[in-house]
Design a protein around this ligand. Sequence first.
Ligand code: NAD
Length: 317
Amino acid sequence: MEGTILILGAAGQIGTDLVSTLRQKHGNDKVVASDIREPQDPALKEGPFEIINAMDEPRIREVVEKYNVRQVYHLVAMLSATAEKMPEKGWDLNMTTLFHVLNLAKEGKLDRVFWPSSIAAFGPTTPRTETPQHTVMDPTTVYGISKLAGELWCQYYFQKFGVDVRSIRYPGLISWKSEPGGGTTDYAVDIFYKAIQDGKYTSFLDRHTALPMMYMEDAIRATINLMEAQAEKVIERTSYNVAAMSFTPSELGEAIKKRIPSFELDYEPDFRQKIAEGWPQSIDDSKARKDWGWAHVYDLEDMVDDMLTNLRKKLQG
Ligand code: NAD
């Protein structure tokens, strides 16, 4: 690989895992981690780490030049639940930072860009089961609107300026290394901490709310596989549907109860219930499977086993 990779928003849920996988692959010095804040996980500083506010375009440019960066993974965003509380700020952060990176690539400073979309780009009149790659997209949250607009801008920069930007519509992501950052699927991570620490959990989504989910290891593999695919194989230049599993809070609770029989789960839906009801329940990802060979590994049972094992170790410290 020529040059280095820069991760913006590296201290978050995805970045923490992505940086370590990319560093194992390319070497610590080839992957520059950055965020607006100091990372909680000291591993992020095992290679270069820079404080970057992604709203500050000259600062991104400076770091791109300093490290001869040729690829950027843009992970900065205000997530769904938080952006509903400050819509204009959410829109501004999500769009302005994307333009900074797309414009650097347009200038020829970058060879390739990764920018994630989300199942939040769909909306209430989208077919909710096995949601196709191409379908109605009518998001009702600020976050979803920013993701749909971002997808279209990525496609526009690809078509008009030849910018090689690639994207995935992540489902809810479940991981143990770092905690989620204010999304509607966060319950599926919180539940594990509470199951281990307190033996009980109150879900903010109702028992029958099915949502598409993915274990972080699969999400990282999808991301890197897409970024490494030959350009001709990346046909969809908005964003790819990818899927692994789909479950309700009650189904997740049952899977945890099999391993922790005394675990108790109850439900107090809040404003996030309404957000979840506008999203797909399951995703048709056959295009990603066909175009660049996507295949998931973790199903619900594998994911629960792995989460409990790793979180127990982490919490024992
Ligand atoms: P996160 O909130 O955990 O991490 C985002 C990081 O961005 C944080 O570390 C934060 O400090 C940083 N950040 C915020 N403002 C910044 C700024 N101005 N400059 C630089 N850094 C800033 O989010 P995540 O879950 O890791 O998500 C990463 C991307 O993936 C986002 O685009 C998100 O929309 C998308 N996504 C995530 C999920 C999920 O379940 N985690 C699902 C779908 C899509």
